[in-house]
Ligand binder design. Structure first.
Ligand SMILES: Cc1cc2nc3c(=O)[nH]c(=O)nc-3n(C[C@H](O)[C@H](O)[C@H](O)COP(=O)(O)OP(=O)(O)OC[C@H]3O[C@@H](n4cnc5c(N)ncnc54)[C@H](O)[C@@H]3O)c2cc1C
Length: 452
């Protein structure tokens, strides 16, 4: 059945990498660190390369709002839980930046997102030679030889439109999510309307509109990003009227209490992975309020205060429209008209806005698109405990996932909590499979032949 895919005809590159990573966000950065630190302990995965579409390392750059803080304690950094003595801990970053004492004086476990981005950039700078920035991976293809898939070909496109093809024995996908655009907004969003954008573009789009500040803005969503943007707009466009439009009845707090937080402990991954499917689903559902459609306590208090002070003054620009379903969206000149149904009263209304920001979350489906050409050799898209996809016997390379295993590995999978331990597990798995590629193995001779 698999012989239908012809061996690739592109020229054989001189190097077959041990590992190519798609995306260089925190997940793959943590893995790069784990692999490098293993390198000092004997033979390892040394020929690794990450392909990152952004021109330089940035962690959710368009959401680095002033005063936005981490939702995770700094000790859950890139390395501490795996190796507290690592060069790449947040504490060592502070030490190198001569801010360790000052940070202690802050008495907070939660740095600002801007500081954490600086920490991640500091760590990423160490891997400048192992990351090709400005390249978007467009596909992953099988390299066939005598009925066996012996390697993977990773195709990418750079900023000049040039296509690159590289080969690897292992691939790891850590490309994060893609913006979720609700169906009612999809047609207008596809036309590239300049005044309708997702939170992932927030700061850049607001800056582009600085010459023509809007009078009425809608922020759609009821989660952390929606709440942050709602408050930030007061700074960015102080004269604007801002409506936060959400389906829920109220902004709800994120549960970050200690017992609940144990679901983000590394050992919880073993527990949830071992459960039957229905039980896993039940657990995910039970703890959704740790991460989805919820807002940090202090932010809720600040928003409530803003709305209360408006009432004291008798006027104000901000409103929270809860229980609102947006049913239709129309462009009218530069304006965007939202047709809404208010569930409590049953009333409908159409409101015009100059700008609409969609803080509507992310989808995690990039792996499905990128792996389409190798799907016939895969036994589904569910990662095993070591995050590797199950493949058919004649498929020799390893494919690993970071951030696409929430249904099997739990709510920490898309977050930063388990980066350090997950990267240890993945590098251990990669290394354990190395003997299969040693000089005497048939796989190795095939790869060697390909590599010329
Ligand atoms: C605003 C915001 C704040 C957050 N704050 C927290 C927090 O405080 N704590 C927490 O635990 N989690 C937080 N999260 C969750 C977030 O998922 C993680 O923080 C983290 O970003 C996950 O890292 P990642 O490397 O898996 O994915 P990402 O950070 O999304 O990185 C993926 C990388 O892949 C690149 N990429 C995508 N497609 C391609 C392609 N085809 N080719 C090449 N490169 C590609 C992207 O440019 C990106 O750099 C936050 C999320 C957002 C949006």
């Amino acid at each position: 059945m698999h012989a239908s895919t012809e061996p690739s005809t592109t020229s054989i590159p001189s190097l077959t990498h041990d590992l190519i990573g798609v995306g260089f966000g925190p997940s793959n950065l943590a893995l790069a660190i784990a692999l490098e630190e293993h390198g000092g302990q004997g033979p390892g995965i040394t020929r690794f390369l990450f392909l990152e579409k952004q021109p330089e390392f940035t962690w959710h750059g368009n959401m680095l709002l002033s005063n936005s803080r981490m939702q995770i304690a700094y000790l859950k950094d890139l390395a501490t839980l795996r190796n507290p003595r690592s060069h790449f801990t947040f504490i060592n970053y502070l030490h190198e930046k001569a801010r360790l004492s000052a940070f202690i004086n802050l008495q907070s476990h939660y740095p600002t997102r801007r500081e954490y981005n600086d920490y991640l950039r500091w760590a990423a700078a160490h891997f400048q030679g192992q990351c090709a920035y400005g390249e978007t991976v467009t596909g992953i293809e099988p390299v066939l030889e005598r009925d066996h898939v012996v390697a993977l070909q990773i195709l990418s496109r750079d900023g000049d439109g040039q296509t690159h093809a590289r080969r690897a024995r292992n691939v790891i996908l850590g490309a994060g999510g893609t913006p979720h655009i609700p169906p009612a907004f999809a047609p207008l969003h596809t036309t590239g309307h300049t005044r309708l954008f997702h939170s992932s573009q927030y700061l850049a789009r607001v800056a582009a509109l600085s010459d023509t500040p809007p009078r009425r803005v809608a922020v759609v969503g009821g989660g952390q990003s929606a709440a942050e943007i709602f408050l930030d707009l007061a700074e960015q466009w102080p004269q604007a009227q801002v409506d936060l439009i959400m389906r829920g009845r109220a902004l709800k707090p994120a549960d970050s209490s200690p017992f609940v937080n144990e679901i983000f402990d590394p050992q919880f991954t073993d527990f949830i992975y071992a459960q039957p499917v229905e039980q896993r689903m039940r657990i995910l559902d039970e703890f959704r309020n740790t991460n989805y459609a919820v807002v940090d306590d202090d932010l809720i208090a600040r928003i409530y205060d803003v709305l209360y002070q408006q009432r004291v003054g008798g006027h104000g620009h901000h409103a929270l429209l809860c229980c609102h379903d947006i049913q239709e969206v129309h462009a009218s000149g530069e304006q965007i008209r939202l047709h809404m149904h208010e569930r409590l009263s049953g009333r409908t209304a159409t409101q015009p806005y100059d700008v609409v920001v969609l803080a509507t979350g992310y989808e995690r489906r990039t792996h499905e698109h990128l792996l389409a050409a190798v799907q016939p050799w895969l036994d589904g898209l569910e990662g095993e405990r070591d995050y590797r996809l199950r493949t058919h016997a004649r498929f020799l390379p390893g494919i690993y996932l970071q951030g696409y295993c929430e249904p099997t590995h739990g709510l920490s999978d898309t977050l930063l909590s388990i980066l350090a331990t997950r990267s240890a597990e993945i590098s251990a798995s990669l290394l354990a499979r190395e003997p299969a590629w040693t000089a005497s193995s048939p796989q190795a001779s095939r790869v060697a032949a390909l590599a010329g």
